[in-house]
Design a protein around this ligand. Structure first.
Ligand code: NZQ
Ligand code: ZN
Length: 391
């Protein structure tokens, strides 16, 4: 296992009705003037936004609001939020929504206290300072409620980039699984796919002797395989929703990724899809991950055999281990199909003639040196091959 430091200071408040403690939490973490940031309307329609406002009012906390965050959040609204926070002297950003709202909130929180352009953070500058961010999560997926990351789409060119830093860890996250029961099945499935992908990105490691984190990852994947289809069939099942919601946090706050190298090539390849075609991130990953695995599995056959046998219950074919891996990939695809995910580029709006441009942006886009590094190193031609495997 590699040396590591791990600091995950987020205060989690989990369970039914806990969004009514938003005011208490903001006060606890020193907020006096809050920006409530939310998405395209689900939090308004469900009455959640009203409950959150009431909770702030009960604690005598004033607020301003900015809604309209789109899935795959855009730079334009971030600039708007920064202006608003400066004008209104906001000292706390409260995200009410999913990963897109949380990521937009993080970008606003950093940009408000930075003299330069917030986009600097999305081209490699570590995020060292930001207003405190609290979240009220409405979808189990991105894991941004516990992560030090944020992903924003630059509207000037429509490409997606991530920023990272300890200042991006939310000070608190309220997680009420009941809030996720209003999700359409497709969004629920996208979330489950993203959670699986966050686990896979960590499972694909080059570090040896990482039994503890391997077993944690396998356990979380098994839980998703068990609970995922149940959430699609019975969307209002609280216990199923609760298990998925906590798995989403555990999959990405890095408690099961410490001390080991990680991959993230599939996420880089996917980000070009959701930026260009505006498909859901989870849907893009459903198309990307099996395609990627079928290209890179040879890099570490014993690790992929371990994955296929332990996670997908495949029998080990000792004479032909590749067969075991192919069966694992087949079962992964079947699981994604069962929960309603797309499996081809065309299903997320992609076109074969875009592949050269997609691969080029993935490899040479802002900050890129022509290769993608992770479990393996891929050059532009190999990245094209991954996209071609999605056809
Ligand atoms: O905007 P509203 O109306 O709220 O609708 C949203 C949106 O259309 C809807 N929704 C959310 N909660 C709902 C609901 N609809 C009904 N009932 C509810 N309770 O769901 C749609 C998707 O929401 P979004 O926030 O986009 O989903 P998700 O949490 O999957 O976030 C995706 C974004 O996170 C980024 C992705 O790239 C993508 O931009 N990621 C962020 C990461 C991080 N910060 O650590 C890591 C991830 O790998 C990921 O890249
Ligand atoms: Zn993801």
């Amino acid at each position: 296992m590699n040396n590591f430091t791990f600091y995950s200071p987020t205060y989690f408040v989990f369970g039914k009705g806990e969004e009514n403690r938003a005011g208490e939490m903001v006060k606890r973490f020193g907020g006096n003037k809050v920006l409530i940031h939310y998405g395209g309307g689900s939090a308004v329609r469900s009455g959640l936004l009203d409950r959150v406002k009431k909770s702030l009012e009960n604690e005598g906390i004033s607020y301003v609001e900015l809604g309209g965050v789109k899935a795959n959040p855009r730079s334009g609204l971030v600039y708007e939020g920064i202006d608003l926070c400066r004008k209104e002297k906001v000292d706390f950003v409260l995200a009410v929504g999913g990963g897109s709202v949380i990521d937009s909130s993080k970008a606003i929180a950093a940009g408000t206290v930075y003299e330069g352009d917030f986009w600097d953070y999305y081209t490699g500058k570590p995020v060292e300072k930001a207003l405190p961010v609290g979240t009220i999560l409405t979808i189990a997926a991105a894991g941004s409620e516990g992560s030090p990351d944020s992903v924003i789409t630059n509207e000037d060119g429509m490409y997606k980039r991530g920023a990272s830093g300890e200042a991006y860890r939310p000070v608190f996250s309220i997680m009420n699984p009941e809030l996720t029961t209003t999700l359409p099945p497709y969004q629920t499935a996208c979330g489950i796919t993203d959670i699986m992908a966050h686990l896979m990105e960590r499972y694909l490691t080059n570090t040896k002797d990482v039994t503890t984190t391997d077993r944690m990852i396998e356990g979380l994947m098994l839980a998703m395989i068990e609970e995922g289809p149940k959430a699609i069939k019975d969307p209002s099942n609280y216990e199923v929703r609760a298990n998925i919601m906590w798995a989403g946090m555990m999959a990405h706050n890095n408690s099961c990724g410490v001390g080991r190298s990680q991959d993230w090539i599939s996420h880089n390849i996917e980000h070009e899809l959701s930026a260009l075609y505006d498909c859901a991130h989870g849907a893009g990953l459903a198309v990307t991950f099996p395609a990627y695995l079928s290209l890179v599995y040879k890099h570490d056959i014993p690790r992929l055999v371990q994955w296929a046998t332990r996670v997908w219950g495949c029998d080990e074919n000792k004479e032909n281990p590749e067969e075991t891996i192919f069966e694992g990939i087949k079962r992964y695809r079947a699981f994604l199909k069962e929960i309603g995910m797309p499996l081809t580029l065309a299903e997320v709006g992609g076109k074969e003639e875009d592949i050269d441009a997609l691969a080029h942006t993935a490899c040479y886009g802002e900050g890129g040196d022509g290769k993608l590094y992770g479990f393996v190193t891929l050059d532009e031609e190999q990245v094209k091959e991954v996209y071609r495997k999605m056809l």
